[in-house]
Design a protein around this ligand. Structure first.
Ligand code: FAD
Length: 404
């Protein structure tokens, strides 16, 4: 397949380099990442890494010897600023041009920002990189109270870590319930209860309109109701947007992410996109999806490697996701949309249950809390596109029986 240049050395980029080599690609592989660290796993950054001992490290995706041993040219701390599609060059921030036969955009996503007065004060932070998490971990040693804007996965994981470290936490969420964008109402209700039991104050349907400071550092937030709430640290966790600027500038079609087909081809010849930055056609829902998960990034990378090596494959993996928040071990298989019908199995009060979501009488997603067996069965059932109608979910129903 010639010379492959991968932009973005995260989950998707590293997995692609690995799968290409393992699959027999013998041409050059150049992996370019703008972060200085050896490529690392992001999930611990909002979980264990925040509560671990000082000096704890975020686990690297692969050891250093993986890159040298597999003849993968890893260029860290360098950004691609331009793609010259006519000459097939990636242009680096230092001006260097790197030639490619195939260019893969695995640039991930960037945190959305809030345009609030006071956003520039010291102590107003966001969480995506190792540097962000290291900073937050330090701040948690001295903070008395943190204010988190946004009750999505990352915000709630951070909040649980803050509570474990004995820091007061107040979460503002403009929606009526936590994780409203992705979770069923039953799951949101459970999540809200557990966080409240952990001592977190959840303020739904409420917003912050201003951040105020003293001597350049955050001191308080002003709520939409006019209340002034003192705080040492504000974490803005209001979701992420695809890192698609390079594609836009190169005239590549973008549609809530870099638009690809079921083989990850973009609108430009020789250019592909995978992971958080890509929007792809979902064979199950018939809709276009852009997902932010480790499974999505690594599974897409594996399939793209096969496509580039000449296999006739198309992407149709079942999405799955996990989140740990205090005692909650949440696993989600499939993708649910607003309006899907939800049925619960198990014991929400006891903290072990699954919510099955149906669309037009078809099982489309299963959210499992502390029920790992259900999650495994759900992934198998969704992969096989087994039929299950809501009326079959009666007392004693077991997802495991469905897949045998
Ligand atoms: P990334 O891993 O983000 O890698 C993209 C890389 O490209 C970045 O290093 C970026 O700096 C770099 N880059 C961007 N533009 C350029 C450029 N022009 N030149 C060079 N480099 C560039 N998912 C789960 O499934 N479970 C979890 O529990 C979970 N927890 C998470 C916790 C946090 C705090 C965060 C931020 C994410 C979490 N995720 C989780 C999501 C998961 O980490 C991402 O979906 C996954 O990393 C996406 O992989 P990617 O390769 O597409 O992007």
């Amino acid at each position: 397949a010639g010379r492959v240049v991968i932009v973005g050395a995260g989950t998707a980029g590293v997995q692609l380099a690995d799968s290409l080599r393992a699959g027999g690609h013998d041409g050059p592989i150049v992996l370019i990442g703008d972060e200085p660290a050896l490529p690392y796993q992001r999930p611990p950054l909002s979980k264990e890494y925040l509560t671990g001992p000082d000096g704890a490290i975020a686990p690297p995706l692969r050891g250093e010897s993986f890159y040298t041993g597999n003849d993968i040219e890893l260029r860290r701390g360098e950004a691609v600023t331009e793609i010259d599609t006519s000459r097939r060059h990636a242009v680096l921030d230092g001006g260097e041009r790197v030639a490619y036969d195939h260019l893969v955009l695995a640039t991930g996503a960037r945190n959305r920002t809030l345009d609030l007065p006071g956003s520039g004060l010291a102590g107003v932070t966001s969480l995506r990189t190792l540097a962000d998490s290291a900073h937050l971990r330090r701040r948690l040693t001295t903070a008395g109270r943190v204010v988190v804007l946004g009750a999505g996965f990352v915000g709630l994981e951070f909040t649980a870590a803050a509570r474990l470290r004995g820091v007061e936490a107040v979460v503002f969420e403009t929606a009526a319930r936590p994780m409203a964008r992705v979770a069923s109402p039953a799951l949101s209700e459970f999540i809200a209860r557990v966080h409240t039991e952990m001592g977190t104050e959840l303020r739904h349907g409420q917003s912050v309109v201003e951040i105020t400071g003293t001597a350049g550092a955050v001191a308080a937030v002003r709520t939409g109701r006019g209340e002034l709430l003192e705080t040492d640290l504000v974490l803005v966790c209001v979701g992420a947007a695809p890192a698609d600027e390079l594609a836009r500038r190169a005239g590549i079609t973008v549609e809530n992410g870099i638009r690809v087909d079921d083989r990850f081809r973009t609108s430009a010849p020789g250019i592909w996109a995978i992971g958080d930055c890509a929007s792809f056609p979902d064979s199950r829902s018939g809709r276009r999806l852009r997902l932010e998960s480790v499974q999505n990034a690594s599974a897409q990378a594996r399939v793209l490697a096969r496509v580039m090596l000449g296999d006739d494959v198309r992407y149709s993996d079942v999405p799955w996701f996990w989140s740990n928040q205090g005692s909650i071990r949440l696993q989600i298989a499939g993708v649910r949309f607003d309006g899907d019908r939800a049925l619960s199995l198990g014991d929400p009060a006891g903290g072990s249950f699954s919510v099955l979501s149906f669309r037009e009488d078809r099982l489309v997603a299963v959210e499992s809390v502390n029920r790992p067996r259900d999650h495994v069965s759900a992934r198998r059932a969704l992969a096989k596109r087994l039929s299950l109608r809501p009326e079959e979910v009666v007392a004693g129903f077991d997802l495991g029986d469905l897949v045998g």
